[in-house]
Design a protein around this ligand. Structure first.
Ligand code: FAD
Length: 403
């Protein structure tokens, strides 16, 4: 007889969403988080993340579309609005070749198919509506209203509160040190100043960039490329005629001179009501510091990423200071195809490999309630009705050689 029905390792957005979903079904749940909850050491940090439905890939468009109802269910359960649906303007070179966020015009076919609203704009219309200047004449824009800013601090605290109120036990400063997977369940050793051992029928591992620390214990190793991404907050002109980006925006343009360090994928948010007044988050969707283990983190924001973003702001934004007020870094975990890993452990683990479900990599915040639901379905039902066939742990490029 196990101590718990489910142990969740990692208390970021996806761990909390998994715990909430399992506890809501009456399961006994323990969440083990190595730092404090709501920490800045993983990926679920900062004030905002994008929720978007504009996807080039059909399967991502479908999941994002399906997640809208699941976000609403969570908001109803919480009694709180968690996304500010201010829309998203994608703009740039219509001939941009696909990158980590797909293509500029590729999502139209999916938006038509799913009945989602959108509007196309030319360069002049973009500059009339938004505080941008000097955009090339060939630029085009695609605006969609069903996209918005996720209130990250509120989302995390809401999931924590709901998981706890459905009976989950959430422990901080508990670093998982070892994991044994057996046919009958999982045994987890953790350290919080003293060493403890607990057992569960099932386990969900949501350790983000730190996933290998845990899955290495059962001889699994993922080929993770961890981007040490820089985020920046810029001051905007206040007042009635001041600068207010009314929606999120994202520029699609190939890098200058085909040099990845000179990326032109810039994105920004409106000033959000839960953040500092008149500060807008603008950043580059790239990182020159790419590591394979969070222990190698440089912590200091990359000078290249700061400079190219500040130069973009200087050249193209009206009423925005050209140097950021503050900045920091955040770990974005990737595998080769920039997509999720959302699956059981690989069969190489032996009998019981389906007792453990894993999520890491990709841009996961937008699907937080849906991925939490899928992870709970994997461990409690053994499968999910959602199409996660593109996120297999055994697809090429995810496991390191020999797995
Ligand atoms: C700059 C940036 C911008 C992004 N923008 C977007 C966006 O606009 N939209 C979007 O959808 N996504 C975005 N993402 C991605 C999104 O933030 C992540 O997908 C999401 O936060 C992942 O959450 P997680 O819970 O899986 O991982 P994390 O938040 O990293 O949580 C993992 C947790 O596991 C804990 N842990 C690790 N090891 C152990 C251990 N041994 N024992 C116990 N606990 C452990 C860690 O302390 C951590 O709290 C962005 C990411 C970055 C960095």
């Amino acid at each position: 007889m196990s101590d718990y029905d489910v142990i969740v390792v990692g208390g970021g957005a996806l761990g909390l969403a998994s715990a909430y979903n399992c506890a809501k079904q009456g399961k006994s749940v323990l969440v083990l988080e190595r730092f404090n909850y709501f920490n800045q050491s993983g990926s679920s940090n900062d004030l905002v993340r994008m929720f978007r439905t504009m996807y080039t890939e059909d399967y991502m468009a479908n999941l994002a579309f399906d997640s809208i109802g699941i976000w609403k269910e969570l908001e109803r359960d919480a009694g709180e609005a968690l996304i500010w649906m201010s829309g998203l303007l994608n703009f740039g070179d219509p001939n941009y070749q696909s990158g980590p966020e797909g293509t500029l015009m590729g999502p139209i076919k999916n938006m038509e198919r799913l009945g989602l609203q959108y509007e196309t704009l030319n360069a002049n219309q973009i500059m009339e509506r938004y505080q941008f200047k000097n955009l090339p004449n060939n630029f085009q824009g695609l605006f969609a209203p069903d996209n918005g800013c996720i209130n990250v601090p509120l989302l995390l605290r809401t999931l924590y509160r709901l998981a706890q109120s459905y009976g989950a036990k959430l422990m901080s400063h508990c670093k998982v040190m070892d994991m044994k997977v057996e046919e009958s369940g999982v045994i987890i050793d953790f350290d919080n100043g003293e060493s403890f051992s607990v057992s569960a029928d099932k386990c969900i591992v949501t350790c983000g960039a730190y996933t290998n620390d845990v899955v290495n214990k059962v001889n699994v190793n993922l080929d993770l490329k961890i981007w040490e991404m820089v985020y920046e907050y810029y001051a905007t002109d206040p007042g009635p005629n001041g600068t207010l980006f009314q929606s999120m925006w994202f520029q699609f343009l190939d890098s200058t001179d085909k040099n990845p360090a000179l990326s032109n994928l810039f994105y920004g948010f409106p000033t959000v009501p839960w953040g500092p007044p008149n500060l807008t988050r603008i950043a580059v969707d790239n990182a020159v510091n790419i590591i394979s283990n969070p222990a190698e983190r440089k912590i200091t924001p990359s000078a290249n990423d700061l400079r190219i973003t500040a130069d973009f702001v200087d050249k193209h934004c009206i009423g925005v200071d050209s140097r950021p007020n503050y900045c920091g870094t955040c770990l974005q975990t990737n595998v080769e195809d920039n997509m999720y890993v959302l699956d059981f452990l690989p069969p190489s683990v032996g009998a019981g490999y389906k007792n453990v479900a894993v999520f890491t990599a990709g841009w996961g915040m937008k699907l937080t309630p849906l991925i939490g639901k899928i992870l709970s379905q994997l461990v409690l039902d053994g499968s999910t009705p959602y199409d996660i066939s593109h996120f297999k742990i055994t697809r090429p490029g995810v496991l390191t050689e020999g797995e």
